[in-house]
Design a binder for this molecule. Structure first.
Ligand code: PEP
Length: 251
C-alpha cells in the first residue's frame, strides 16, 4: 500500500466534438464516489466545455500538449496559461505521438514542463521505448535518458506524474508482461530518487499506458509501483473507461 492516490487519466487524442461530451454524464454518474483521481484530456477545442460540464464532479480535465512560451507568434499552438484559463488542471507532455509527429525533443518537453508548472498545471510527462529499443535491451537506458532530459529540477509529487508508455504498446493491443512493467516502474522510481530524493520519488505517481482495457487493467494495477493508467482508445467510451476505473478502485 502507498499513500499515492491512484489516477486514471484518459487521452482522447484527436477525437471528439461536442457530441462526445455525452459520455461524461455516464462516467460522472457511475464514478462520483471513486477513490481514484479521474482525468480526461480532450482535444483543446473541448477543454473549456468539458471543464464546465465536469465542474463540481470527481472528474478533472487536462490538455494534451502546451507550448513552452506563454504567448507569442506560434501559430496553432496553445500555452499552458491558456489551458489553465480554460479550466485544465493537468497537461500531457512528451507523448510519443508528439515526439514522433512533431519532432519533440527531451529539451522541448522539459521547457514545456517548466511552462506548465509556471501556469499551475500538473505535468503528465510520457516516457517509453520503441520496439527496436526494447529488442536491443536498451529500455531502461532510454527511459533514464528521457527522464534526465525531460524533467526540470523542481519536480514534486504534486506537479509531476510520469506515464510509462512503451511506444509499441500504444494502440496496438500489445502489452508488456507484468514483470516487464514492474521492472520499468521500479527503475523509474529509483531514477527519480537519485535525482530528486526519496521524498519526491515516493510521492510522484507513475502511470502505465499502452492498450489498457477493462479486461487487462486489474493485473496491470496489481504491479508494484503502478499508480494508475494513461488510457487512449478505451477512454473514449464511458463504459470502457469506467471498467478501468473500477479495476483501479479495487486495486
Ligand atoms: C496513449 O496514447 O496514451 C495510449 C495509452 O493509447 P492506447 O490506450 O490506445 O494504447
Amino acid at each position: 500500500m502507498t499513500d499515492r492516490r491512484s489516477l486514471a487519466a484518459g487521452n482522447w487524442k484527436m477525437n471528439g466534438t461536442a457530441a462526445a461530451l455525452s459520455e461524461l454524464d455516464a462516467l460522472i454518474a457511475a464514478h462520483g464516489d471513486t477513490r481514484s483521481e479521474l482525468l480526461l484530456c480532450p482535444p483543446h477545442t473541448l477543454v473549456e466545455r468539458m471543464a464546465r460540464a465536469a465542474d463540481g464532479s470527481a472528474l478533472g480535465v487536462g490538455g494534451q500538449d502546451c507550448h513552452w512560451e506563454e504567448t507569442g507568434a506560434h501559430t496553432g499552438d496553445v500555452s499552458a496559461a491558456m489551458l489553465k484559463d480554460a479550466g485544465a488542471t493537468h497537461v500531457i507532455l512528451g507523448h510519443s505521438e508528439r515526439r514522433a509527429d512533431h519532432a519533440e525533443t527531451d529539451r522541448m518537453v522539459r521547457d514545456k514542463c517548466d511552462a506548465a508548472w509556471a501556469a499551475g498545471l500538473t505535468a503528465i510527462v510520457c516516457v517509453g521505448e520503441t520496439l527496436a529499443e526494447r529488442e536491443s535491451s536498451n529500455t531502461l537506458q532510454i527511459i533514464r535518458g528521457q527522464i534526465a532530459g525531460s524533467l526540470p529540477d523542481q519536480a514534486t509529487g504534486h506537479n509531476l506524474v510520469i506515464a510509462y508508455e512503451p511506444v509499441w504498446a500504444i494502440g496496438t493491443g500489445k502489452v508488456p508482461t507484468t514483470d516487464e512493467i514492474g521492472e520499468v516502474h521500479s527503475d523509474i522510481r529509483s531514477t527519480l530518487e537519485r535525482r530528486f530524493g526519496a521524498g519526491v520519488a515516493k510521492s510522484v505517481r507513475i502511470l502505465y499506458g499502452g492498450s489498457v482495457k477493462p479486461d487487462n487493467a486489474s493485473e496491470i494495477f496489481a504491479v508494484e509501483n503502478v499508480d494508475g493508467a494513461l488510457v487512449g482508445g478505451a477512454s473514449l467510451k464511458a463504459a470502457d473507461f469506467g471498467g478501468i476505473v473500477r479495476a483501479l478502485d479495487g486495486a
